[in-house]
Design a protein around this ligand. Structure first.
Ligand code: 8X3
Length: 253
């Protein structure tokens, strides 16, 4: 019997990561579902005990990454697919009304965590001449908006890092894809960002936003393409969102 491909999904306790983990199980992968919240991961893994391994992992603590990965059971060690999904937005206030701790935390998770984990995993992919890394960026990395400041900049980093990685790995068969979603409902994104449930719900009131399942289906499609096809980046928005709208202020504070 052919052994199943193994995918590591970060931020798999909820939202995009959970939807992607479930989709990949349906697609025939064995999935390492990683996140900080172990109880949620265990609930997820109990749905498919053979195919989901719950891994407590905090990508923002790079010093623990190697030890945590080394602790994986033998049948989950050769990772074929890495889904860099863990990431967060904190705050939506413009400069200077920001909290530097929020900025640091976004940099530690969205940037430092992602690049460290990628470096650990990509070594094995290069050795085995097989692998696909998919990183979740955001439209906020391309289009500026009020209060997007470091969140948007961190996602621009993700997209550019992945494009540069494609050049570094050009002589390998490893595939690299960045997905840049826009407004997506049904996740904890806005609640984490705004630290307020009601305000977060208001973001999605009366709009038909993207869903985590839309993102998961896109990942599934990307991973299922023939070996010679690489999707570099995908920008996704709900129909009700537009990527334009330049603003000019005729007054100053
Ligand atoms: C999430 C998309 O538009 O809220 O990354 O920044 S947006």
């Amino acid at each position: 019997m052919l052994s199943k491909n193994i995918a590591l999904v970060t931020g798999a306790s909820a939202g995009f990561g959970k939807a992607i983990a479930l989709q990949l199980v349906q697609d025939g992968y064995k999935v390492i579902a990683s996140a900080r919240r172990e109880d949620k991961l265990k609930n997820l893994a109990s749905l498919y005990p053979e195919d989901i391994f719950p891994l407590k992992l905090d990508v923002s603590k790079p010093l623990t990454l190697q030890e945590t990965l080394d602790s994986l059971p033998e049948n989950f060690q050769t990772i074929d697919v890495l889904i860099n999904n863990a990431g967060l937005a904190l705050g939506i206030k413009p400069v200077p009304h920001i909290d530097l701790n929020d900025w640091d935390q976004m940099i530690d998770t969205n940037i430092r965590g992602l690049i460290h984990l990628t470096q650990f995993i990509v070594k094995g992919m290069i050795e085995r001449k097989k692998g696909h890394i998919v990183s979740l960026s955001s439209i906020a990395g391309t289009y500026p908006y009020l209060g997007g400041n470091v969140y948007g900049a961190s996602k621009a980093f993700v997209t550019q890092f992945m494009l540069n990685l494609k050049v570094d790995l050009l002589k390998t068969p490893i595939k690299l894809t960045t997905i840049e979603p826009g407004l997506t409902s049904g996740t904890e994104f806005s609640e984490v960002r705004l630290k307020d449930k009601e305000q977060a719900q208001a973001v999605y009131a009366n709009v038909d936003a993207l869903t985590a399942e839309d993102i998961a289906k896109t990942v599934s499609w990307i991973l299922g393409l023939p070996d010679h096809v690489n999707i570099n980046r995908i920008e996704m928005m709900p129909v009700c969102q537009a990527p334009g709208g330049l603003t000019v202020s005729k007054t100053t504070d």
